[in-house]
Ligand binder design. Sequence first.
Ligand code: NAD
Length: 514
Amino acid sequence: MSAKNENAARRRTHGHSTAADLKASAAPGPAPSSAFVEVPNSKQFYIGGKWVDAVGNAVIDVANPATEEKIAEVSIGNATDVDLAVAAARAAFPSFSRTTVDFRLKLLRRIAERYEARQDDLAKAITAEMGAPLQFSRDVQVKAALSHFRNAADTLQAYGWASTLGTTRVVREPIGVCGLITAWNWPLMLVTSKLAYALAAGCTTVLKPSEIAPLSNLILAQVLHDAGVSPGVFNLVNGDGPGVGHALCAHPDVDMISFTGSTRGGIEVAKTAAGTVKRVHQELGGKSANIILPDANLAEAVPAGVLRSYSNSGQGCLAPTRMLVHRSQLDEVIELARNAANTVVTGDPQDSQTRLGPLVSQAQYDRVQGYIQSGLDEGATLVAGGLGRPTGLKRGYYARPTVFAHVTPDMKISREEIFGPVLSILSYETEDEAIAIANDTVYGLAGYVHSGSLEHARSVAAQLRAGRIYINMAFNDMISPFGGYKQSGNGREYGVVGFEEFLEIKAILGYEAA
Ligand code: NAD
């Protein structure tokens, strides 16, 4: 592959997959080998360059959502564990922040190499802890996470750290100790989109992964150790939100929190962090609209929209869960959507034919069932799927790939983030009405537009109040800004803007002779 092509492939590695990804992952891959990989340090934390025992004795069970069986016990930290990790990160900051760009480039590339060598273990751990089909974990989850180390290195290499404004020098410096708090649905990728850029910037870090899917990150910690990350530069403390998460956000020696999770969690984090005026970066929930304009190719746009909303078993912040179609095309769209939903193979994540695995937990299953019930109660038309497990599946948190039509903007299934494979089809009469419905949400993470005319799609894209717009299901771009308007967050990840989130700005006046 030429350097140019390799670069393009890296930019397009699919963090949050598209329908094209689902199709690509349908190609037969290697047969799944063993169902799980042992994670030896699950009861320990990684602090100051060593695996250490937790201060307390609290543990949490990690269950495989496909079998509902316990697969590991993980220690749950407390404020003392957080103090130790933050102290290690603080102690490491003066020297790490002054390392050269070349030093950090080599470090990021070593991490990427070590990571590549553990890809199979990482994929197995993700599938076991949150239920993504193994092939999707291998081809998409793990590779998307890897792309951030490489993209952060490229960004660092090209970055201009200082500029002159009259007699003033404006310089950028690493912000300091960063607390990284993440969700379970992309357990590694959500971490590396923060960690890789924080390390590139010269920051030191304390990670608290999701307590629901913590295993792959224990392997990541070993990857970083094996790559020679200096003691204290990366630390990991497992725990829950009210315990470790809260302690990290409140800690006076933490300079920044980068958070990915629910809008509810993000609000709590911001309130706690306000007490010490730390920077808060938030990547939160979404309820994205997918506007299919009348001049779109329906036979392509509708199945692509259905499959995209089911990506990662519907547990995606970017999922286009509100499909907006012209009233005159509704009947045709319903048929296309029904056919697309009915082709989705739901089942064992170890099976290479599976496209939709289980939801992550009993709680998530119950929540999704509650939304399906509310769609029925509020009078939406059930087009595919519905309540309960798919036929033949007796255990595991499997939901049926579901489509509702005749959904109105006031219905709960149209307003709230479901985080499961439930698509709502709404109809519009005019383009202005479609845009108004799309923007009538507290969220603003993503938007999708389908049209036969690029110019037409662009004009609608310009009117959507969301941070990432996909025209005709464009490939994901892992280097262009990622983040939301409104209650979907603050700040951006990926590429140069993601990198700059981890920097402070210093103006040195009188730097040049007047
Ligand atoms: P969550 O908010 O329940 O938890 C996320 C993380 O925050 C976990 O590590 C949790 O322990 C921690 N946490 C919870 N309460 C906290 C508190 N008070 N203080 C500090 N930390 C706290 O979210 P979840 O259920 O893990 O993830 C699903 C949500 O994440 C969805 O809303 C989804 O849209 C969102 N998400 C957003 C993005 C994005 O990039 N915008 C990506 C993935 C997921």
